[in-house]
Ligand binder design. Structure first.
Ligand SMILES: *Cc1c(COP(=O)(O)O)cnc(C)c1O
Length: 422
C-alpha cells in the first residue's frame, strides 16, 4: 500500500495534503511518511521474528535524527560508515551495542570513538586497517570485535556506481585472500574475530545474486571452522531495491525466507543445527519509498524542441538524477484537467546536469506543486549547498499531523563558519 495517494484531487502524505505542507513549511521540502517507514522496517523485523537476527539500518541512506530515533524504537541496529554517523545514532538514542562500522577508510579517531562506545562489530576492509585497529584497541586496553568484508565476486546486475561486490572494486577483501586475511586477524592480540560480512551492491531487484553471495560466505565460514576460526555472525549487507518506475523488486519477506531456509539447511547439515546470528544492513528498502521531495514550479520555458519546467528544487537537493541518471516519478500535487506537454523538470543551478526528470508528460502552470517520488533514500543525505542554496526542510507526516524534523537552513547558516582575512 502506498502512503502517498490522491484524495479529493490532491496528493497526500498519509492523510495530509501536500499543498498544506507547502503552505506551512515552504518548498523545497522533503516529506516522509512515518507509517511507510515503520511498515518497511517491519517487513524485515517480522521475517526475523524468533531468530537470532539484527536489522542494522544503513544510516547513510537517510540520517535524520527523527528517522534514526523512530527506527531505534522499533529495535533497529545501525550500519555506520563514519564517526559522524555514530554520533548521530547516539544523539538519536540508538543502541551503540547494535552498531556495525563499515567503510574502506576508517580513521584512528573514528576507531577510538567506536571502541569507546562499545559497538557490535567493525566491518574491516583491508589488512592495513586490521593492523591500525589492533593498535588503537591495544592503546585503549580493549579488544575490537571484527568481521571481514569479503568480496564474493558476484555481479549484482545493477548500476556500476552502486555495484560493490565485483573484483575490480575498491570495497572488501578479495574472496581468494579471505582465509589468509582471517588468519592475520586471528593472530592480532587486540582483535577478536566475530563475523563475516559482504555487501554486493544496491537497488537489487532479484535476490539471486544475494543468495549466490550467501553460498560463497557459507563456504568461507566452513573453511575457517576447519582451521579453528569460529564465525559467530553472518552479515549479508543491504541492497534490496525499490520501485522508482515499474521495477518489481523481490519482496523483503520472500528474500529473507529463502535466505533463512538456506542458512537453516546448511546449519542442519554441517553444524548439528546450531544457529548462527544473522545481520542485515538495509538502507534504501527502508526509507526510499517513504519519502518524496516537494517542489514548486517557478517558470515554464517552451522551446522549439524542448519544454522546461524550472522548479525550486535542484541537483543540490536531490543528486541522484545528475549522479546516476536516476529516474524518479514526478507527480503533480493538484493535477490539472488540461492537455499535457512534455517537460524536462530542471532546477535553478548553473549546470546543464541540473535536472530532476526528463521528458515527462505534465499539465503545468507556474506555481504548481510537484512531488518527486521515492526520494527518501540518498536524497537529503547527499544534498549540498552548491550555488549557496540552503538545504531543504524535512517533515515527517503521521496521519494528519506534520512534524518539522529539520528546519530549512538559512543563508547565514551557510557562511557561519567562514572568516575574512585581515
Ligand atoms: C550503502 C550500504 C548499505 C545499504 O545499501 P542499500 O542499497 O541502501 O540497502 C549497506 N551496507 C553497506 C556496507 C553500504 O555501504
Amino acid at each position: 500500500m502506498s502512503h502517498f495517494s490522491y484524495r479529493d484531487g490532491v496528493l497526500c502524505a498519509e492523510s495530509t495534503p501536500l499543498n498544506r505542507i507547502a503552505e506551512q513549511f515552504g518548498s523545497p521540502t522533503y516529506v516522509y511518511s512515518k507509517a511507510a517507514l515503520c511498515q518497511n522496517f517491519a517487513a524485515y523485523a517480522d521475517a526475523c521474528r524468533g531468530r537470532d537476527a539484527l536489522v542494522c539500518y544503513a544510516v547513510k541512506a537517510n540520517s535524520n535524527l527523527a528517522i534514526l530515533n523512530l527506527l531505534a524504537r522499533q529495535g533497529a541496529g545501525f550500519d555506520l560508515v563514519s564517526g559522524g554517523e555514530l554520533q548521530r545514532v547516539i544523539a538519536a538514542g540508538g543502541d551503540t551495542g547494535k552498531c556495525l562500522f563499515s567503510g574502506v577508510g576508517k580513521t584512528r579517531d573514528e576507531m577510538r570513538l567506536a571502541l569507546e562506545h562499545g559497538i557490535l562489530c567493525f566491518n574491516v576492509e583491508s589488512i592495513p586497517e586490521l593492523h591500525l585497529l589492533n593498535e588503537v584497541a591495544g592503546d585503549m586496553g580493549k579488544i575490537a570485535p571484527v568481521s571481514l568484508r569479503v568480496n564474493p565476486n558476484v555481479d549484482a546486475n545493477t548500476h556500476p556506481y552502486i555495484s560493490t561486490g565485483l573484483k575490480d572494486n575498491k570495497f572488501g577483501v578479495a574472496f581468494d585472500d579471505a582465509l589468509a586475511t582471517y588468519r592475520a586477524a586471528a593472530a592480532l592480540p587486540h582483535l577478536a574475530v566475530a563475523g563475516i560480512d559482504c555487501h554486493i551492491g544496491s537497488q537489487l531487484l532479484d535476490d539471486a545474486p544475494l543468495l549466490e553471495a550467501l553460498d560463497k560466505v557459507i563456504e568461507l565460514i566452513d573453511a575457517l571452522a576447519a582451521e579453528g576460526i569460529t564465525i559467530h555472525h553472518l552479515d549479508i549487507g543491504g541492497g534490496i531495491g525499490i520501485t522508482y518506475d515499474d521495477e518489481q523488486p523481490v519482496p523483503v519477506g520472500a528474500y529473507l525466507a529463502r535466505l533463512f531456509a538456506r542458512i537453516d539447511g546448511w546449519r542442519a547439515a554441517k553444524h548439528g543445527g546450531a544457529p548462527i546470528k544473522v545481520l542485515f544492513e538495509p538502507g534504501r528498502s527502508i526509507v526510499g519509498n517513504a519519502g518524496l521531495l516537494l517542489t514548486e514550479t517557478l517558470y515554464l520555458k517552451h522551446g522549439e524542441s524542448k519544454n522546461f519546467a524550472v522548479v525550486d528544487a535542484a541537483m543540490n537537493d536531490l543528486m541522484r538524477p545528475a549522479m546516476y541518471e536516476a529516474w524518479h516519478r514526478v507527480q503533480p500535487v493538484m493535477p490539472r484537467r488540461q492537455p499535457e506537454k512534455t517537460y524536462d523538470v530542471v532546477g535553478p543551478i548553473c549546470e546543464s546536469g541540473d535536472w530532476l526528470a526528463r521528458s515527462r508528460a505534465l499539465a503545468l502552470e507556474p506555481g504548481d506543486l510537484l512531488a518527486i517520488m521515492s526520494a527518501g533514500a540518498y536524497g537529503m543525505t547527499m544534498a549540498s549547498n552548491y550555488n549557496t542554496r540552503p538545504r531543504a526542510a524535512e517533515v515527517m507526516v503521521d496521519g494528519d499531523r506534520v512534524h518539522l524534523i529539520r528546519q530549512r537552513e538559512t543563508v547565514a547558516d551557510l557562511f557561519a563558519l567562514e572568516t575574512l582575512i585581515a
